[in-house]
Design a protein around this ligand. Structure first.
Ligand code: HEC
Length: 236
């Protein structure tokens, strides 16, 4: 091989190394310039980064200090029966605020949004999601509880509140979607559903009972039983 060709081969080999070395250098060194990018997508956006200076706010800080008085969720301290539904390990047995017709109406509306899909409009555990899950027969579905069952009727209101806030067993938590007052309103409405289906005349204050008039005659009792059955079905 002529000498000139040997030299050319060496030079070409060395030249061919240059792009490779440039790539290696680009990978191991920092550069203030944005990366070479043929399709930009959202690689390089105008944004402020945490813990850096930023020109957007007058104080030059990219991050905003929290407003005075802000308490992070995991920094909540002390006890609050309204917020927690319990005091120490004891569930709250009474509502933290008076239950009015407006509370019940709000509870009815929120219940329809958040609970009825699984528990059904009347609370019997036969909501549209439950029906669909049963129809799919995947074998993994845990049916929603019947909220009128004696066991759930016996739960203190604080327990029901806690169930909405944190979920229970297979039921997911709704605390991030339903605020404190709305949780209590839903609990009140669940109590109303229970009273409507499993209440007894003795639950009423004497004045209200008197206002209802005398109980139906025994002959009408059979009819009442049938009607109750039908109403139960229609409500679901
Ligand atoms: C995604 C379906 C679903 C939704 C929505 C849902 N639940 Fe449930 N709920 C369940 C299931 C399932 C159970 C039974 C869980 C188990 O036994 O593992 C249950 C159980 C319960 C119980 C019984 C807990 C106990 O003490 O044994 C209560 C009370 C309850 N839910 C209330 C509510 C309320 C109030 C809402 C609306 C804020 C709601 N649920 C929304 C699925 C749901």
């Amino acid at each position: 091989m002529p000498r000139i060709m040997k030299s050319a081969a060496v030079v070409l080999t060395l030249l061919a190394l240059i792009p490779v070395l440039m790539l290696v250098k680009a990978r191991v060194t920092d550069s203030g310039r944005p990366r070479l990018s043929l399709v930009y997508d959202m690689d390089d956006q105008a944004k402020v980064k945490t813990q850096r200076a930023g020109a957007l706010f007058a104080d030059g800080r990219a991050m905003r200090p929290p407003p005075t008085g802000t308490v992070a969720r995991d920094e909540l301290v002390g006890q609050d029966r309204r917020r927690d539904g319990r005091v120490d390990t004891l569930w709250v047995e009474t509502f933290p605020a008076p239950v009015t017709a407006a509370t019940l109406e709000r509870g009815r509306e929120r219940y329809g949004v958040y609970c009825a899909p699984c528990h059904g409009l009347a609370g019997n555990g036969d909501g549209i999601v439950a029906k669909r899950a049963e129809a799919l027969m995947e074998g993994t579905w845990v049916p929603p509880s019947n909220l009128v069952d004696a066991a759930i009727r016996a739960r203190p209101v604080g327990h029901l509140y806690n169930t909405i806030r944190f979920g229970i067993r297979k039921m997911p938590a709704y605390g991030s979607q339903i605020g404190v007052d709305d949780r209590w309103a839903i609990v009140a409405y669940v109590r109303a559903l229970q009273a409507a289906q499993a209440g007894s005349p003795s639950d009423l204050p004497p004045a209200d009972l008197a206002a209802l008039g005398p109980p139906p005659a025994p002959a009408a009792a059979t009819t009442t039983a049938t009607t109750t059955g039908t109403t139960g079905t229609t409500q679901q």
